[in-house]
Design a protein around this ligand. Structure first.
Ligand code: PLP
Ligand code: TYF
Length: 393
């Protein structure tokens, strides 16, 4: 049986962590995998989540199955987090999934049942797992222009022109905020024409929202999704709690569907659950229950928000500090875009050979496309890093 197989290529982001771990240089720097780290380099459990876990430990009396859609309190809380406290949820469906990745795959499978011949359009570039997930669901994919490396911004005109190549009924995957890997995002004003085009051309929005709260703030990062919800007839959103609740390994996210009416979204939701049933039957409970406890409790929610805001502001400061260090070391404004970007990542615009040199000569680890994790930067080593970058230019 197994002799028919050849080894799968390694995940190019996750495999960096292994290389980093095996590097014995004390000055090494891990700017690879997208995990938030504090100034000590630690990925701590958030205070409110810790509290909620203790509460859960004391109050939970059974580990029996929760249900197909997971924790319904969690699902409702996620809808409110994404669409706002006062949102009309009558055309919405949500179910808990195993991480944002589980949500992406569930939505992909659901859309493949609904419209198997559609093409899914992805930003150029996009997150490494988008194409494999969509291909696994049976979709053909195509790309629309997105990032302009010369200016570090979104090429909005080219993006709109590219999207015009899509046919009615095609699916457009968009990053709701904090674009991975580029860090370049549409302003809310720039979203307007994109939404107009989706409506005019009958294109289906599929939003990946993995970093709500890491960009401009919890509400601000949901602005594009909320704009879409106010205008398009239908859409799907894959959300993740991995980053904003720091519960990576516990695997919590949600599928959110918005339908034309209550009845159609109910049907679509039942098909989403039929999809998860054949994938893993039911989602894991623990951290979803903890997230629900945090979001339902005024005090814990406030504490979670303030810790998340501190994380966001730390990343913003690191962006400014790193852009300034690069300005000092390179005597140029070439890297100023880093301070304007949002979320966990930006790309330095280095070649693969230059990224290899940073790793081999300086012990600095980043993805081969020169994407670095902002949260992996150390305040006290920004100039060291900038010097190394300039040395390989
Ligand atoms: N989408 C994007 C753009 C991501 O960067 C990630 C990464 O963590 C995910 C989705 C899914 O993450 P997870 O499955 O860990 O929730
Ligand atoms: O892009 C990142 O670094 C995060 C983490 O297969 C990640 O999204 C990376 C690769 C992967 C799963 C998660």
């Amino acid at each position: 049986m197994f002799e028919t197989l050849t080894a799968a290529p390694p995940d190019k982001i996750l495999s960096l962590s292994i290389l980093y771990k095996n590097d014995e240089r004390p000055t090494k720097m891990d700017l690879g995998v997208g995990v938030y780290k504090d100034s000590q380099g630690a990925t701590v459990i958030m205070r409110a989540v810790r509290h909620a876990e203790k509460r859960l430990y004391k109050s939970q009396t059974t580990k029996t199955y929760v249900g197909m859609a997971g924790d319904e309190g969690f699902n409702k809380a996620m809808l409110k987090l994404v669409f706002g406290e006062k949102a009309d949820l009558s055309r919405m469906f949500a179910c808990q999934t195993a991480g944002g990745s589980g949500a992406l795959r569930t939505i992909a499978d659901l859309l493949a049942k609904a419209r198997p011949d559609a093409i899914v359009w992805l930003s150029d570039p996009t997150w490494v797992n988008h194409v494999p997930i969509l291909k696994a669901a049976g979709f053909k994919t195509a790309t629309y222009p997105y990032f302009d490396p010369a200016s570090g911004t979104v090429k909005t005109d080219a993006m709109l022109a590219g999207l015009k190549q899509a046919k009615a009924g095609d699916i457009i995957l968009l990053h709701g905020c904090c674009h991975n890997p580029t860090g370049a995002n549409l302003t809310i004003e720039q979203w307007g024409p994109v939404v107009d085009l989706l409506i005019e051309r009958d294109l289906f929005p599929f939003i990946d929202l993995a970093y709500q709260g890491f960009g401009d703030g919890l509400e601000e990062d949901a602005a594009a999704v909320r704009l879409l919800a106010s205008r398009v007839p239908e859409m799907a959103v894959a959300t993740s709690c991995s980053k904003n609740f720091s519960v990576y390994r516990d695997r919590v996210g949600a599928v959110i569907l918005m339908g034309k009416d209550t009845e159609s979204v109910k049907i679509a939701g039942s098909q989403a659950l039929a999809t998860t049933r054949v994938l893993y039957s039911m989602p894991p409970d623990h951290a979803a229950a903890a997230v629900r406890i945090v979001l339902e409790d005024d005090e814990l929610r406030a504490d979670w928000k303030s810790e998340l805001e501190a994380m966001r502001l730390r990343m913003l400061n690191l962006r400014k500090g790193f852009a300034e260090a690069l300005r000092r070391q390179s005597n140029s404004s070439r890297f100023d875009f880093i301070a304007d970007h949002r979320g966990m990542f930006s790309r330095l615009g280095l070649t693969e050979a230059q990224v290899d040199r940073l790793r081999d000569e300086f012990g600095i680890y980043m993805v081969s496309d020169s994407r670095f994790n902002v949260a992996g930067l150390r305040e006290d080593r920004l100039d060291d890093l900038a010097r190394a970058v300039v040395a390989v230019l």
